[in-house]
Design a protein around this ligand. Sequence first.
Ligand SMILES: [Zn+2]
Length: 277
Amino acid sequence: MLPITDDHMHINIIGGRGVEAIKEFRNAGGTHVFIVSLPAGELGLKVMRGDDFRVAYDITVEAARRASEHVKAYAVVGVHPAEFIGLAESMGMEKAYAIVKDGLEIAAEYVAEGKAVAIKSGRPHYPVAGDLWKASNDLMRYAMELCREKGCAIQLHTESEPETMKSISDIAKQAGMPPHRVIKHFSPPLVKECESLNVFPSVICSKGALEEALSQGTRFMLETDYIDDPRRPGAVLGPRTVPRKTKEAIRNGAPEEAFYKIHKDNPERSYGIKIEC
Ligand SMILES: [Zn+2]
């Protein structure tokens, strides 16, 4: 049976639909999913020091555990770049920097303990002041260094400008990250461009993106970035999207082989896991 993997979903077991969304994913044909930590604020948590991120990470690990009763789920934990900006505004950049750094180190600890398979980091996707931009890039590089140390992947939340791929690729090279471990989350279907860079695209499965990505190759993964926020229904892609679009593409003549690459070989290599059905 063909595995179908969603590379980036959020499951909010506190205030969202939680495992119901995973059941929907499974019923549509989904088999494997990466559950990424939500910003602490979205879980109603207040971060005052690095240790406070543990609560958000534990919720993510627990969501992956519950989801694994229905599909195979993996946790990805770390700090959303907007959290750093928010903390810098409320407590000053220096203090915010230290807290986020601690948060990333704790994420690396979760990977070392086998509770998570990758670290989430990145830089703001919206314009910020120059010093905040520099600090965000420094934090992202630090997260990459932690990943290199632990031999794990990084999921990056960044802007998507024409020069973005090249820029994060350069930073990843400096940090000594292997290209297949540097995953650009919410990626446009820039499969060809990424082939020669130190970046691996996780293509957001919006209209036409899968077709465009397939026309360029198979070196990519697919995701919905499902946010599991009942206050914003329909604001983002639903949990059935990746299986649905995969099946639709196969019906329209795309070779099933291509999807063994996208849903099995690629995530296996990127995350160092085994994907079996
Ligand atoms: Zn996300």
